[in-house]
Write a protein that binds this ligand. Sequence first.
Ligand code: NAD
Length: 313
Amino acid sequence: MRILVTGGCGYVGSVLIQRLLKEGHAVTVYDIMWFGNYLSTHENLAVVKGDVRDTENVPMAGHDAIIHLANVANDPCAEIDSGLSWEVNVLATMGLVELAIECGVKQFIYASSGSVYGVKEEDQVTEDLSLVPISDYNKTKMVSERVLLSYEDQITVQIARPATVCGLSPRMRLDLSVNMLTMQALARGKITVFGGKQTRPNIHIEDLVGVYLHFLKEGDNVSGIYNAGFENITIMAIAERAVEVAEAEIIVTESNDPRSYRLSSQKLLDTGYRPQHSVADAMREIAAAYRSGELQDTDGCYNIRTMKKAMSI
Ligand SMILES: NC(=O)c1ccc[n+]([C@@H]2O[C@H](COP(=O)([O-])OP(=O)(O)OC[C@H]3O[C@@H](n4cnc5c(N)ncnc54)[C@H](O)[C@@H]3O)[C@@H](O)[C@H]2O)c1
């Protein structure tokens, strides 16, 4: 297939592009490259630098599917400039789906977020539960989902609500809980846990990439919204597992982030999808990459630091 990936230079995108190319797809990446570009050149890969808000520059024509990842991709970054976040995360999404329909693209795959649920007491957080988004970031995801679903009569819309992603990527993020706590143990021998009782779902980066490939393959057999998260564990439990990979002291401080929820991904499992990796795998892979010198704890691995630097804040 010919696939356009927005945000393909990011953490998830960099792993996704490798897999799409390996499976024989022709890929175009469209990305503003806030965090650089770690993609290796390939005969079936075209990389275009640009902003998704400039819809007229998006090379949509000729693609069978779009995977839309380009967003201001976490709570603190979305709060730096709320207007920018709504423009990038919501308005641009609407521009992209309209352009996709105009160009005859068949599938629109969107990276929403499991964090749209907010704080939930239920043991099984399924897709039909109400959304109580807390932050600007969560709200932009919820609204984008609704915008996209309003075009379902014209294009196949497939929305993933991923858990927090973990594992290695050429464009590494260390501001995600499993990655961050593992790196703290490795680099400092100390893990700082904020609160610790909040439960969060997790997904290995290779498994999330597998979800997007599953959506591509299934086409309109699998449309609508799907949770994608397989290990619901408390932040403290993540810290305790990190200590098994690298000896460290755990320090608990107060948290101002109440988000706590567990995802049920039964709907996705019912479509035939099966995850193959775990949080423990991600921790082991990060530890091995750190110990071999392949992975370093640099500012570029933290979205907020990079964005603040770029905006001279
Ligand atoms: N990483 C996670 O834990 C997680 C969990 C749930 C959902 N998501 C969603 O998955 C998607 C990918 O996440 P990620 O972790 O790879 O994030 P990331 O920040 O590493 O990547 C986002 C990419 O989008 C690009 N981008 C941002 N604004 C753009 C714009 N205006 N025009 C063009 N490109 C732009 C950035 O340059 C970057 O390469 C995001 O939409 C994110 O919200 C991520």
